[in-house]
Design a protein around this ligand. Structure first.
Ligand SMILES: [Zn+2]
Length: 190
């Protein structure tokens, strides 16, 4: 275990005390360690080298067909409350000579989701990373998510789904392209 992880474990133990709990009692004994490990995973996106990920993910391919990857599930933590928000991310792009490996596209979503986030920023980081990586004619990213900070506290709205979209290039400028993207991601599930 590294020093930072040990430090987080100690902080969680202290947090339990401040919450009025006894960190020595049976059920909680190993919780600080588990929480430290869990947080390390949930924020592991900070440690990923995006350049390296992208370099291994892009291929030259002459095609002008729109590429869609939809229903990429993700789990993230809101930076305001450190509570989960989770949902689905839909990505579309129109290649301009290069394509993005499909599994790496899903991996890109995880890398940005496994940080403290705002849904708006997550959406834009994904679209801009794709734009920077393969210089496509256009990119669209749409995220639909539920926020536990809104469901279990605050205004306690259980079924509100927040939608954010980031449209770049032809997805922003060309109404037909934008419509094709929205139609494709809204088709009935197979
Ligand atoms: Zn929140």
């Amino acid at each position: 275990m590294d020093a930072r992880s040990d430090k987080i474990e100690a902080l969680i133990r202290q947090l339990l005390v401040e919450l009025g709990e006894d960190p020595q009692r049976e059920g909680l004994g190993r919780s600080p360690r588990r929480v430290a490990d869990s947080l390390a995973f949930l924020t592991s996106g900070y440690n990923v080298d995006i350049e390296a990920l992208i370099n291994g993910a892009c291929f030259t391919q002459e095609t002008t067909s729109m590429v869609i990857l939809r229903d990429i599930e993700f789990y993230s933590l809101c930076e305001h409350h450190l509570l989960p928000f989770f949902g689905r991310c839909h990505i579309g792009y129109l290649p301009g000579g290069r394509v993005f490996g499909v599994s790496k596209l899903a991996r890109l979503v995880d890398v940005f989701a496994r940080r403290l986030q705002l849904q708006e920023r997550l959406t834009e980081q994904i679209s801009h990373a794709i734009m920077d990586a393969i210089d496509p004619v256009g990119v669209g990213v749409l995220i639909e998510a539920q926020h536990l900070c809104m469901m279990m506290r605050g205004i306690q709205k259980q079924s509100a789904v927040m939608t954010t979209s980031s449209l770049l290039g032809s997805f922003r400028d060309n109404a037909t392209t934008r419509q094709e993207f929205l139609t494709l991601i809204n088709r009935p599930r197979p």
